[in-house]
Design a protein around this ligand. Structure first.
Ligand SMILES: Cc1cc2nc3c(=O)[nH]c(=O)nc-3n(C[C@H](O)[C@H](O)[C@H](O)COP(=O)(O)OP(=O)(O)OC[C@H]3O[C@@H](n4cnc5c(N)ncnc54)[C@H](O)[C@@H]3O)c2cc1C
Length: 471
C-alpha cells in the first residue's frame, strides 16, 4: 500500500478540485479562502490545528460518491469526518481533502422491525433521542456529543456493553462508498469481509454513509448506581470494586473513575471539584426491584461522600457527563487493556492520578466481559474480546502553555501502567503522535493482516491509506 503522505496538491490543483466539487455537490465546499474555513476545520480537541486544502460538506451519499471520484482524480491526502471527536484529530488533515459527513443527520427508526438507520454525521445524543421515543436503544458511547461513526467503526464502549455488546456488535449492516466510488451494503450476508472489518477495524475501508443498528428494549427509564467515595480511600475502594466486578451479572456494566466531584447543583458546594473515586454501574434492562438488587453490590464499598444512585431517563444518563468535556478544550488520551487489576496496578493508578497536572485529567477503568466477550475472537476485527478491563488515561486542560506537561503526564502514566497491561490498545482512545505501526499492532493484534487484505481488496491504490493508518 502507498504510504500515508499522499500527494501534496499544487495551488492550481487545489483550486481545480474545489471548483469541480462545487459544480457537483449539493453540500458546501469550503476552501482556505472561505469565510467559514476556520470553523469548518476545527474539531472537538482544541489542540488540533490542521489546515486542509478543501472540506467537502457532503449532504448525502451522492455527494460522497462525487467527492471520492474527485479524490481519485487529484489524489490528495483524504480524511473522513463523522462527529469530529477522535482525540488525535484524525477527522482533519493538513493540505488534503476532508470528506465531512457532519451535516448528514438523518435517522430513521423502524420500531416494529427494531432497526435504526443513521447517517454518518449523527451523534449518539441524536440517535438515542429518536430510538428512545420507542423505548429502544443500541449500545452507544457515554458522551452524547460523540459521533456514532468513528465510535462504532473502532468498537464502541458504553454504559450497557456487558449486556448488549460493543456498538459495533449492534450493527446489522452499513452502506459504504468504497475507493472505486461504488456504493456497497455490507452485512453478515453481503460483502462479509468488509462487514467484518467495519466492526472494530473500520478506519480506512471507505466512507460509511449510514449505519443500520439492531435495537434492544431499554428505557425510557433505567436504573444506575453512582457512588462518590473520598479519594483518601481510593486504593481500598478500587480493590473492593475489582473483586465485585468478578461476580457482577451481565446485566450490570461497572465503571470506576478517579476524578473530581462535579460542580453540580445536586452536589453540596463544599464537595465541588474535590478529588474522589466515582463508582458507576448501569443496569441494562427494565428499571425496578430486580435492577436495584443487581446494582446493590456496586453501592457497597464503604462510607461514601455521596450516593447519587437512582432511576433516570436513558437519554439523561447518556448525556450526564457531556458538559464535562467541552468543545475546544485541549485533550489527550491513551489506554491499555488489562486481564487483571492487581493490588500493585491499583497503587500505580492512584499514584499517577494524584500527580495529574490539571483538575480536568482523569483515569477511567471500564469493565468488559459479558456480551463483549461472547462474540468470538475472530468474528469481528475488534481484537480484545477477552480483556477484562480497559484503563484510559484522559488528560484535559485549557492553557496551551500546559501542552507538554499534560501530554507528558498522560504518556508517563500510560508507561507506568504498561507492565500490567495485556498488551493491547483501543483505537478510539488513541492519542496524538503515536507510532502508526506500533499503534496498529497494539490495536488490531492478530487481525492486522486480515484487515490489510480487506483494505487492499477494496482500496488497492490506497486512497484511504491515511485514514487506515491513523487513529
Ligand atoms: C468526550 C469523548 C468521549 C468519548 N467516549 C467514548 C465512549 O464512551 N466509548 C468509546 O468507545 N469511545 C469514546 N470516545 C472515543 C470515540 O469513540 C472516538 O473519538 C471516535 O472516533 C469518535 O467518533 P467521531 O465520529 O466523533 O470521530 P471522528 O473524529 O469524526 O472520526 C474518527 C475517525 O473515524 C473514521 N470515520 C469517521 N467517520 C467515518 C465514516 N463515516 N466512514 C468511515 N470512517 C469514518 C475516520 O478515520 C476518522 O478519522 C470518546 C471520545 C471523546 C472525545
Amino acid at each position: 500500500m502507498p504510504d500515508d503522505k499522499g500527494t501534496v496538491l499544487t495551488t492550481a490543483d487545489e483550486r481545480a478540485m474545489a471548483d469541480e466539487l462545487r459544480s457537483r455537490l449539493n453540500g458546501e465546499v469550503i476552501d482556505r479562502a472561505h469565510p467559514a474555513y476556520d470553523g469548518a476545520r476545527a474539531v472537538w480537541n482544541g489542540l488540533i490545528d490542521r489546515r486542509p486544502a478543501v472540506i467537502a460538506r457532503c449532504s448525502g451519499t451522492a455527494d460522497v460518491v462525487e467527492t471520492v471520484k474527485a479524490a481519485r482524480k487529484y489524489r490528495p491526502v483524504v480524511s473522513i469526518r463523522g462527529g469530529g471527536h477522535q482525540v488525535a484529530g484524525s477527522a482533519v488533515c493538513d493540505d488534503g481533502l476532508v470528506i465531512d459527513l457532519s451535516g448528514m443527520k438523518g435517522v430513521h427508526v423502524d420500531p416494529s422491525a427494531r432497526i435504526a438507520r443513521a447517517q454518518g454525521g449523527v451523534t449518539w445524543g441524536e440517535l438515542d433521542r429518536e430510538t428512545q421515543l420507542h423505548a429502544l436503544a443500541t449500545p452507544g458511547g457515554e458522551i452524547s456529543a460523540t459521533g456514532i461513526a468513528g465510535l462504532t467503526l473502532g468498537g464502541g464502549f458504553g454504559f450497557v456493553m456487558r449486556t448488549f455488546g460493543l456498538s459495533c456488535d449492534g450493527l446489522r449492516s452499513i452502506a459504504v462508498v468504497t475507493a472505486d466510488g461504488s456504493v456497497r451494503v455490507a452485512s453478515r450476508e453481503e460483502e462479509q469481509e468488509l462487514f467484518w472489518a467495519a466492526r472494530g477495524g473500520g478506519r480506512g475501508i471507505g466512507v460509511v454513509t449510514s449505519f443500520d443498528y439492531d435495537l434492544q428494549s431499554l428505557g425510557p427509564e433505567v436504573d444506575a448506581a453512582l457512588v462518590i467515595h473520598p479519594f483518601d480511600r481510593a486504593e481500598e475502594v478500587l480493590r473492593a470494586w475489582r473483586d465485585a466486578t468478578e461476580s457482577a451479572p451481565d446485566t450490570v456494566t461497572p465503571e470506576l473513575l478517579l476524578w473530581t466531584v462535579p460542580a453540580d447543583p445536586e452536589v453540596p458546594p463544599e464537595l465541588h471539584n474535590v478529588n474522589c473515586v466515582m463508582v458507576s454501574a448501569v443496569y441494562g434492562g427494565p428499571s425496578g426491584a430486580e435492577a436495584k438488587s443487581a446494582l446493590a453490590p456496586q453501592r457497597d464499598f464503604g462510607p461514601a461522600l455521596l450516593d447519587l444512585s437512582g432511576t433516570l431517563s436513558y437519554v439523561e444518563l447518556q448525556s450526564a457527563n457531556t458538559w464535562r468535556f467541552p468543545d475546544g478544550d485541549r485533550y489527550f488520551m491513551k489506554s491499555h487493556f488489562m486481564d487483571e487489576l492487581n493490588d500493585e496496578a491499583i497503587s500505580v493508578l492512584v499514584d499517577w492520578y494524584s500527580r495529574r497536572p490539571t483538575p480536568d485529567c482523569l483515569i477511567v477503568v471500564r469493565t468488559l466481559g459479558g456480551a463483549v466477550a461472547r462474540v468470538g475472537p475472530d468474528d469481528s476485527a475488534f481484537a480484545h474480546r477477552s480483556a477484562r478491563f480497559n484503563v484510559s488515561i484522559d488528560a484535559g486542560w485549557q492553557d496551551p502553555a500546559l501542552d507538554d506537561t499534560a501530554i507528558g503526564w498522560a504518556r508517563s502514566a500510560w508507561d507506568a501502567i504498561k507492565r500490567f497491561s495485556s498488551g493491547g490498545s483501543y483505537i478510539n482512545f488513541a492519542g496524538l503522535g503515536e507510532d502508526a505501526s506500533e499503534l496498529r499492532s497494539a490495536v488490531y493484534g492478530s487481525h492486522e493482516e486480515r484487515l490489510e487484505r480487506v483494505r487492499a481488496a477494496y482500496d488497492p491504490e490506497g486512497l484511504f491509506a491515511p485514514a487506515a493508518r491513523r487513529p
